[in-house]
Design a protein around this ligand. Sequence first.
Ligand code: ATP
Length: 213
Amino acid sequence: MKPLAILGGTFDPVHIGHLCVAWEASELLDAEVHLLPASVPPHRPPPIASAEQRVAMLRAALAGQHRLQLDLRELERAGPSYSVDTLEALRAEHGDRPLVLLMGADAFAGLLTWHRWQRLFELAHLGVFARPGFEAAWPAELDEAVQGRRATLDDDWRHHPAGRVLPLDVTPLEVSATRIRSLLAQGRSPRYLLPERLVDTPGLLDAYRAGQE
Ligand code: ATP
């Protein structure tokens, strides 16, 4: 069975940075990849767009392909979207299937602040890719936690359900949702930073335009 990899985020809005890492991770890992929008992200301010608007943007972004799938479980669950809860549920559903939690180096650097972070290594492999514009500076405790878990894609990680940290060499794209929101708020167009369909579908990006709630 192919591994299942998940990319969580606020996707406020989804952009080519998210889509490219998810797409390339599916190739590098030969995995099914699911995108999981967070409901109440525990580590950051609430999203600008509503859950419904973020899902509509994700649906538009993912239309026309089958490799990347949307998983709405974090939006359907009450309370903060802790990755550990999501992975507990996925582990219960998938038995020994290898699970891979995908994250950029910026997210990984903050791992020690995540709820029950040590448990993450028992539930999934971590697939970590560079985040252009972010200099990786990891706390010593995180380095220690990762010691002995580092693996390469050629290692035998597929034979284990969880526990390895896999570096993923994806195409660097210095795009962020923050930048896209800022362009829209200035009345500018982020065309080419996100899928065309998001720009061309009336109303989809309105939450970020100046003067909109
Ligand atoms: P914001 O600018 O609002 O903080 P963001 O662009 O960082 O948003 P998130 O939804 O917070 O997007 O990111 C979800 C995940 O995607 C994180 O693991 C993050 O590291 C990763 N990610 C987002 N953009 C990129 C990118 N351009 N390249 C690599 N990884 C990215």
